[in-house]
Design a protein around this ligand. Structure first.
Ligand code: DON
Length: 512
């Protein structure tokens, strides 16, 4: 991305370059076999959002992950060939570049192609993630490349991805048609057919990224541009922040009163999220109502300052962190906030021979059995049931915050499933409500509540033990979490921009 900025590219050019580079260097979550959302704000005042979320294949069925004999959910929405939605990343990034970029696709893809062809040095983070995913990935064709001799690529090894370089070269030459038709599409469908998947050439041919109008909201005079459905990110953040705005000022960070208010606001907005939000092409989403200040005031009125409002409990699932967020700003004031994912780390585990890339397991974001928790413990309803051609509801929340003078102030987002929403909201609150620097705002321990399971998750240091006692007395079930999400952000400061990568994880902020 920086290389493209130095060549005179704008923030969109650099964001697309970064997206393709992550597909090479961060196979864990960067991708061409997945999808994402990009939120763009140009210095001339234009705002745009592009939704390149995966869609359910045409042959998908409502109960495709339910075992007919036992009535129980299988793990097929998570692992293997049936888990993938039709990928959107190539279509989305190309569309964003064509409308808002200034350079040809081949130019912005050149650094990624070089990284695939010449290779890059495996670091300890990639090694550790491969080691952790060994059981899943060695069942599929990526085994030879990522586990030579059965062992994960060791730190210091040079990883050359010739098949992926070839795929990227075809895309650079032919545009999205180079992915959705021709030899890459053939390789993808051949692997699907071989492994019992259902994505067809027709699915690929039909895929379209959708331009959306970002959700515009305000918080104490700041303006936020957030992601509309098929992501729940923007509505859920807006609803939460509108509720919190009615409490002025908010209690101090780390206090029982603050933690309780956050939990209760998130609880309410997630109850709406899980029942009402879905792909707007299939379900009528009450955006106006859910993002209105009046509705938030009503909800705020139902919060008891000293008692948690309990919701029925469900058992939660393990909590992975397998998405990636990146934020870009150029020297003209254009900013781009992008989140992209395969869903789980390395997606479905399925690697496309000749194509050289992993496929997503995004189908798990649907309510595969409405009322039953998915891998994030989210209990979602009918609105998000599986239908062919439908986008599964996301929590991705690439966000742009404008200051009171209307200039881009903060470009932020995160990985972490539903914890994306709560983390991104807290980074923003830390800056504009608690006056933290971006570095402190990112480092500050986080909380999470998603209504069900009815737990208030917290990172070490989020509050003192005395506050924990108060919260327990209020009726919260506290759950210690090791690292709630993976955020990355940049912020305008006097004389320029500061970038802060997630302190809980590997990564880097680069400027020049
Ligand atoms: O779209 C979503 O909400 C999820 N597929 C995001 C997955 C994610 O962030 C994985 N990391 N924990």
């Amino acid at each position: 991305g920086t290389e493209i900025l130095k060549q005179g590219g704008n923030a969109v050019d650099a964001a697309v370059a970064t997206g393709f580079a992550l597909a090479v260097t961060y196979p864990f979550a960067g991708n061409v076999g997945g999808g994402g959302f990009m939120n763009i704000r140009m210095a001339d005042g234009r705002s745009a959002a592009i939704d390149y979320r995966e869609v359910a294949p045409l042959a998908a069925t409502r109960n495709m992950y339910v075992d007919a004999a036992t009535g129980k959910l299988t793990n097929k929405s998570l692992l293997g060939h049936l888990a993938s939605g039709v990928p959107g990343s190539v279509a989305g990034m190309a569309a964003a570049l064509a409308r808002y970029g200034s350079m040809p696709l081949a130019t912005v893809m050149a650094p990624a192609i070089r990284l695939a062809k010449d290779g890059f040095v495996v670091d300890s983070a990639l090694f550790r993630s491969l080691r952790g995913s060994r059981n899943a990935l060695t069942q599929f064709a990526g085994k030879e490349l990522f586990y030579p001799g059965g062992e994960p690529l060791a730190p210091g090894t040079r990883l050359v991805q010739a098949d992926l370089a070839h795929t990227l070269e075809i895309i650079a030459a032919r545009g999205p048609a180079g992915f959705y038709t021709g030899e890459v599409a053939d390789a993808l469908v051949a692997e699907m057919t071989r492994g019992g998947g259902i994505i067809t050439l027709e699915d690929l041919r039909r895929y379209k990224a959708e331009w959306r109008t970002p959700i515009r909201s305000t918080y104490r005079g700041y303006t936020l541009y957030t992601m509309p459905p098929a992501s729940s990110g923007g509505i859920t953040m807006t609803e939460t922040m509108n509720i919190l705005e009615t409490f002025a000022p908010l209690p101090a960070y780390g206090s029982a009163a603050y933690s309780h208010l956050l939990a209760e606001a998130f609880r309410r907005s997630f109850i709406d999220r899980n029942a009402k939000l879905a792909d707007p092409a299939f379900v009528k989403v009450p955006i106006e109502q859910l993002t209105s200040k009046a509705y938030a005031r009503d909800l705020a009125g139902t919060i008891d300052r000293a008692h948690a409002t309990r919701t029925p409990a469900f058992k939660s699932s393990p909590e992975p962190e397998h998405t990636t967020h990146y934020s870009v700003a150029d020297n003209n004031g254009n900013v781009v906030s992008t989140t992209t994912t395969l869903n789980g780390g390395y997606g479905s585990g399925v690697w496309i021979p000749k194509g050289g890339f992993f496929m997503n397991n995004e189908m798990d974001d649907f309510a595969a059995q409405p009322g039953t928790p998915n891998m994030f413990g989210l209990v979602q309803g009918e609105a998000n049931a599986i239908v062919p051609g439908k986008r599964m509801l996301s929590a991705m929340a690439p966000t742009i915050v404008m200051d009171r003078d209307g200039k881009a102030l903060l470009v932020v987002g995160a990985a972490g499933g539903p914890r994306i929403i709560t983390t991104t909201t807290q980074v923003i609150l830390n800056v504009i409500e608690h006056n933290m620097t971006l570095a402190d705002a990112m480092r500050a321990p986080r909380l999470h509540h998603q209504s069900l399971p009815d737990e208030l998750s917290y990172e070490e240091g989020a509050f003192s033990s005395a506050v924990a006692d108060s919260l327990t007395m209020f009726g919260h079930t506290l759950k210690r979490a090791a690292g709630l999400a993976n955020a990355n952000g940049i912020m305008r400061v006097n004389g320029g921009w500061i970038g802060v990568r997630e302190p809980r994880s590997a990564g880097k902020a680069v400027g020049y």
